[in-house]
Design a protein around this ligand. Sequence first.
Ligand code: FES
Length: 240
Amino acid sequence: MAALASTTRTIARKWTPHALPLAAKATAAASVHQTRSISETHQTSSFDSPFKGAGAGTKIPSFAAYRNKSGGETGPRVFSYFMVGTMGALASLGAKNTVQDFLVNMSASADVLAQAKVEIDLSAIPEGKNVIIKWRGKPVFIRHRTDAEVQEAEDTKWESLRDPQSDSDRVKKPEWLIMLGVCTHLGCVPIGEAGDFGGWFCPCHGSHYDISGRIRKGPAPLNLEIPEYDFPEEGKVVIG
Ligand code: FES
C-alpha cells in the first residue's frame, strides 16, 4: 500500500511541470483564435452596436431583412386597427346573439301566451248574475250588475272606506264588474251575492265586500283586485 502511494506521488511530480504549461498554451491559443475570428466578423458586420460598453467582440445581428418596407409605421398600424376593430365587432355580435338567445329561451312559450288572454261572450251572462272563469290559474268574477246595483255602488261614500276607490275607477262599463276572485286577506275565494253589503263574503275570516268589490268589513286590507281587460267589441270582453 505504501509502495502504491509512493508511485502515485512520483508520477504526479513528473507530470505537473510538463503538462500544465501545455494546457495553458492550448487555452491561450484557442482564445486568440476566437478573438481573431470575432474581430474579423465584426469588420464585415453591417450593424453597429448601439449599446455602451459593447466591445469589439460583441456582434449584433442585423434585422434589416425583417424591416417594414411599405413606408414607416403607417401600414402595420392601419392593419392593427382594422384587426382590433373587426375582432371587437365580432365579439359584440356574439355577445348580442348570446343575450338574445337567452332572452328568447326565458320568454313565455306560445302555449303559455295563448293562456294569457281569455275571451268571454258577455251575452251569455244575464243581468244580476255572476260568472266565475279561470284565468292564469285564478278565479275571475264577472258580474252583470243591475241598474240598482250600479246606483248603490256609485252612491257609496268611498272616501272614508278602508281602501278608498270610487266605483268609476273600478269599472270600464258600469254594468260590468270584472275582478279577481281572490280575497286580499289570505287568498280564499269569496262567495258571491253574500255578506252584509250585497256583494261578496269571504268565509275564511269574515271579510265583506260590496257590490263594487270594495272591502267594507273584516280583516282584508284591500279591495278585490281588478285585472287587465278590454272590450274589443260589443258583447265581448278579453281578460289579460
Ligand atoms: S282569507 Fe278572506 S277573510 Fe281571510
